[in-house]
Design a binder for this molecule. Structure first.
Ligand code: BDR
Ligand code: CA
Length: 311
């Protein structure tokens, strides 16, 4: 079983990633969920993580609140996509579960120090503020991370928050730079992959047919989430970004990519948060990230739906 920590800013698509992990207890041992400010402020992302655990009757899962703002910049949020709460769509009641008293960053550091070396995988679904803070405060944890699998960045697809940048990297480029330069084995799920995963009607209807409260809530979340892309771009559903991270741990063969150098732009105002991917190895810079570029979309949705049905 793979031990994982999910670092997240839920977010309807973050919720889908968390549900995928909940539906996969044979393969994944979830050590904790750490939350960060991103799609919406931290007060909402932490609350949302608790709501999701409760919705799936996973009262055993520990949820920690982390950074409430990026390292150096004011917080940029995405209510235009996710709604005011980040989980707009279904009627959700306030959580009765409580947050852990420990700060998310302390939990990450403590866990990596206490678990055997190279056994814990970090799954990041939001801005990288918590991870960068942990690495800065405790550089000894870097070689202990088995792998960091992240949703973030873009390559040939362009950006979704500026022409150059993807949201998670754009919100805290300084944090991303620290993480990308830390020497951790990394896998990146960029927009190039996630834009191939549209919440088409037939796929959402298969989720609805599961009929359980978590599946119905997920459908209502996705129907809210997709309206942004459907209305703005006329696309056939919304792009399901964050579950790619968990899907990769369960079925890496669904994805194709290449190990290459990736650097983060932090200086330029025009391109801040851009992931500069050396796909063609035109430099001799260190190949630090496995960048995914294509995905078996039908296989991905089959996996998602099969696992949602197990919650
Ligand atoms: C990423 O940004 C957020 O809006 C989503 O939850 C996802 O993590 C996509 O750019
Ligand atoms: Ca997210």
């Amino acid at each position: 079983k793979r031990k994982i920590i999910i670092d997240t800013d839920p977010g309807q698509d973050d919720a889908a990633a968390i549900f995928l992990a909940f539906g996969s207890p044979d393969e994944l041992e979830l050590l904790g969920i750490t939350t960060v400010a991103g799609n919406v402020p931290l007060s909402y992302t932490a609350r949302n993580a608790l709501i999701l655990c409760e919705l799936c009757n996973r009262r055993d899962v520990k949820v920690f609140a982390g950074a409430d703002r990026p390292l150096k910049r004011p917080l940029v949020t995405a209510e235009h996509v996710h709604g005011k709460t980040g989980l707009d769509g279904p009627e959700l009641s306030e959580p009765t579960l409580a947050l852990q008293p420990q700060h998310a960053v302390d939990f990450i550091i403590e866990t990596l120090r206490n678990e055997p070396s190279c056994t814990v995988t970090l799954c990041t679904l939001g801005p990288l503020t918590n991870i960068a803070t942990a690495l800065t405060r405790a550089p000894d944890i870097a070689p202990k991370i088995r792998e960091l699998v992240m949703m973030g960045g873009g390559f040939s697809e362009g950006g979704n928050i500026t022409p150059a940048a993807e949201f998670n990297i754009y919100v805290d480029p300084e944090a991303a730079k620290i993480v990308f330069e830390a020497g951790i084995p990394m896998v990146m799920m960029p927009l190039d992959v996630t834009h191939q995963l549209l919440t088409r009607k037939d796929r959402v209807n298969r989720m609805r047919a599961i009929g359980t409260p978590p599946a119905i809530a997920m459908v209502e979340m996705l129907e809210f989430f997709e309206r942004f892309d459907v209305e703005k771009y006329g696309s056939d559903g919304g792009p399901l970004h964050d579950p790619t991270v968990v899907a990769y741990l369960l079925k890496p063969e669904l994805f194709n990519g290449r190990l290459c150098n990736v650097e983060i732009e932090t200086e330029s105002e025009l391109t801040a948060g851009m992931t500069v991917v050396d796909w063609w190895h035109v430099t001799d810079r260190k190949r630090n990230v496995k960048v995914m570029r294509s995905v078996d979309a039908d296989g991905f949705f089959d996996l998602l739906i099969e696992r949602f049905a197990r919650i």
